[in-house]
Design a protein around this ligand. Structure first.
Ligand code: NAP
Length: 326
């Protein structure tokens, strides 16, 4: 099998390679790495093997690639993903390029892998903040209908890629709108006419598409925080019925991909430092609202580069190998 990684020198691309290695996919398969023209011909080492990074051009596209995992931003995906797909390569895209296209499944494998069919050529990976929210909500929705969700995010600088981390470390503002040191920036992606940012609208639209629920109302406020890696979210969930918090906890505990960390007497709850490098979405601080019986609150932390991007993409690839291309 030939696996192409587009954006192979980025934070997500590097972690895709790491996870392919962890899952044994680098043993018998060929890995082909693409990045921008700046990296053309540079050598990189991964797990004792040397690879030559190529610029993505018509003459460098591997026509025999089985999978192409894109993590180079929407512009690159819009220009190149369909060219790979035309050659019969199965494309998994981490960018925002195709998430709203009706014929492109938007997939968190634990929830809706079955949206992928034999006709699917491109699968979109959801936004990282959406993944952290949608999987716990999916678990809860199996127990009680959700009517409304209000979420505030605390998003790490790694969410803005390599340059986001550099801005944090160097005090620069090449990617971020303001210095992030000693600061919080309530501005991720562009502002829309309605006052929300695109990041906030992604959480609204994508949660509904993934859960196949046009009635679920998500209102988000997305904030960049001075944390290197792992996004966190404070979430308030309105259920249609008055549900004991013990049942909410049980539903979350039974969900693959979620770990409940809610031992407040021992000061244990989700934090970026605990989520870093983990595959699971950590959920805790579960509590019922004091004034509204159908409302409860929770706090989430998740490694945005792993489950928020690279791991989810590789899990989609595994599903396709086992169920679609077999
Ligand atoms: N970071 C996250 O938490 C996260 C989560 C979910 C989804 N995503 C999405 O994943 C994608 C990558 O994010 P990232 O954080 O890994 O960004 P990043 O660290 O900035 O990496 C970007 C990658 O894209 C490559 N690239 C840039 N222009 C290119 C071109 N014209 N042709 C081919 N490759 C090109 C870069 O190569 P060079 O080294 O040559 O510049 C680099 O490998 C984005 O679409 C982002 O929205 C990111």
């Amino acid at each position: 099998m030939v696996i192409a990684v587009v954006g192979a020198t980025g934070l997500v691309g590097n972690t895709i390679i790491q996870i392919l290695h962890e899952k044994g996919f680098l043993e018998n398969n060929e890995l082909v790495l693409y990045a921008s023209a700046n990296r053309d011909g540079t050598q990189v080492s991964h797990f004792g093997k040397t690879y030559v990074v190529q610029e993505l051009r018509d003459d460098t596209i591997r026509k025999d690639a089985d999978f192409a995992l894109f993590s180079a931003g929407s512009t690159v995906s819009l220009e190149w993903a369909k060219k790979f797909a035309k050659n019969g390569t199965f494309v998994i895209d981490n960018s925002n390029a195709f998430r709203r296209e009706t014929n492109v499944p938007l997939v968190i494998p634990e929830i809706n892998a079955s949206d992928i069919t034999k006709k699917t050529k491109i699968v979109a990976n959801p936004n990282c903040s959406t993944i952290a929210l949608a999987l716990p909500l999916f678990a809860i929705s199996k127990m009680s209908k959700i009517s409304k969700v209000i979420v505030s995010t605390y998003q790490a600088v790694s969410g803005a890629g390599n340059q986001g981390i550099k801005d944090f470390k160097n005090g620069t503002t090449q990617k971020l709108a303001h210095p992030i040191k000693d600061n919080l920036i309530p501005h991720i992606d562009i502002f829309l006419k309605n006052g929300f940012t695109l990041e906030e609208d992604k959480m609204r639209f994508e949660t509904s598409k993934i859960l196949h629920n046009p009635n679920i109302l998500v209102s988000a406020t997305c904030v960049r925080v001075p944390v290197t890696n792992c996004h966190s979210e404070s979430v308030s969930v309105f259920l249609e019925t008055n549900t004991p918090i013990s049942l909410v906890k049980k539903a979350l505990e039974g969900q693959k991909g979620v770990t409940v960390l809610d031992d407040t007497p021992n000061n244990l709850y989700p934090m970026p430092s605990l989520a870093n490098g983990k595959d699971e979405i950590l959920v805790g601080r579960l509590r019922k609202d004091m004034s509204c019986p159908n409302l409860f609150h929770m706090f989430i932390s998740m490694d945005n580069i792993r489950k928020g991007a690279a791991l989810n993409a590789v899990q989609i690839m595994e599903y396709v190998m086992q169920n679609i291309l077999k």
